[in-house]
Write a protein that binds this ligand. Structure first.
Ligand SMILES: *Cc1c(COP(=O)(O)O)cnc(C)c1O
Length: 374
């Protein structure tokens, strides 16, 4: 193919440079090259064998078991599959919620990922946006006020375990208190743990968001903190929810419990190879190292006079949005007046230092301009 080399170079260069997105960079999967000459397809339910056996479902099930374990449960009680990413997992969680309570109202904060609105539109579910606090966490008072108006309706709580912009975590304990206070009988809790799903289990004190807390479903991205060449994710739910939507499809001889029919069979191999290589201890170490880099970044930014902060132990450092030039050079995601750096594995300290250098220079230039004007 013409120009392939240039496409590779461009993407390689961008990958080395970005600082603003939650995608780990420290992976290599070249040992899987022979698999690129095969079509691998995990069509249908991971637990149901298909007539077509070009799959990696055994490996997929092992991945699900591992995730069940870090989410404080076992595959006896929960079921899950490897998705195309966090968005599909969120769509799936909301789909299960709707099948459970067709006339429910969905509550979610304004800091929620942009894809959720579209998901709700696709599912045609009634929903209400709740205000966020300054740090990106849901505003519990606002939630309470809205909830009192609709307390006769089943409630679906779509909670963030790490918002996209500031890595804020909605407090499940507080949500439960509100549920109790208004005696809400029918409710469903989904956690969007796209980025933090593989981090939060290893943070002390551990944010409450998993199956030991009684949540109904959780969505996690695989290509974010774990990292890999193809976007993927994990969705997990209580078994009863999955059984409610299971329809037997004889054509493929499997169960149609997943959103798409054909599913990626390569990504479970990547996830499993990561899990085998690193395990829980490796993940824990990875989290510590990333937290250290985030603490360093936050401290250094403040030292050069840039207003920077983090939510507790977050890998996301939020700061005042710099010039367009700097945002582009370091591929910093920004929203209104703030930008962020996400300290994922594979980001080198030198890259952070280079950004600090540029920010400091820009600051000096600005000060000089002011002096000239005077
Ligand atoms: C990234 C992200 C998503 C979407 O996940 P994809 O894997 O990109 O589909 C959803 N929610 C949050 C909080 C995210 O950070």
């Amino acid at each position: 193919m013409k120009g392939l080399e240039n496409i590779y170079k461009r993407i390689k260069d961008s990958s080395d440079k970005f600082l603003g997105y939650p995608l780990a960079k420290d992976f290599t999967f070249s040992e899987f090259a022979p698999f690129l000459d095969l079509c691998i397809n995990n069509v249908g339910d991971p637990e149901a064998k298909s007539t077509l056996t070009i799959d990696t479902k055994e490996v997929e099930k092992k991945c699900i078991s591992f995730f069940a374990d870090i989410l404080s449960t076992t595959v006896n009680d929960v079921w899950g599959y490897v998705t195309n990413g966090g968005t599909e997992g969120n769509l799936y969680g909301l789909y299960l919620a709707r099948e459970c309570y067709p006339d429910a109202v969905v509550y979610y904060s304004e800091s929620t990922h942009y894809s959720v609105k579209k998901n709700l539109h696709l599912l045609n579910m009634r929903n209400i946006v709740v205000r966020s606090q300054e740090n990106g966490e849901i505003d519990y008072e606002d939630l309470e006020q809205i909830l009192t108006i609709h307390r006769d309706k089943p409630a679906v709580f779509f909670l963030n375990v790490g918002t996209t912009m500031t890595e804020a975590v909605d407090d499940l304990e507080k949500i439960k208190t509100i549920i109790k206070k208004y005696a809400i009988k029918d409710y469903y809790i989904h956690c969007d743990a796209a980025f933090l799903g593989t981090i939060a289990p290893f943070v002390e004190p551990k944010p409450k968001f998993d199956f030991s807390e009684g949540v109904d479903s959780i969505s996690i991205s695989g290509h974010k903190f774990i990292g890999g060449p193809i976007p993927c994710g994990i969705v997990m739910c209580k078994r009863a929810h999955r059984n409610r939507v299971a329809n037997s499809i004889s054509y493929v001889g499997t169960l149609d419990t997943t959103i798409t029919g054909s599913r990626n069979g390569l990504t479970p191999l990547f996830l499993w190879s990561f899990i085998e290589k690193h395990g829980k201890d490796g993940l824990k170490r990875r989290v510590c190292e990333s937290q250290e880099l985030a603490a360093y970044t936050e401290r250094k930014l403040n030292e050069i006079g840039v207003n920077a902060w983090r939510n507790k132990e977050a890998l996301t450092v939020v700061f005042d949005k710099p010039s367009k030039k700097v945002c582009e050079k370091y591929q910093l995601a920004s929203e209104e007046a703030i930008a962020h750096i996400i300290c994922v594995p594979g980001i080198k300290k030198e890259r952070i230092d280079s950004l600090l250098f540029d920010l400091e220079n820009e600051k000096k230039e600005k000060e000089n301009l002011v002096l000239l004007e005077v």
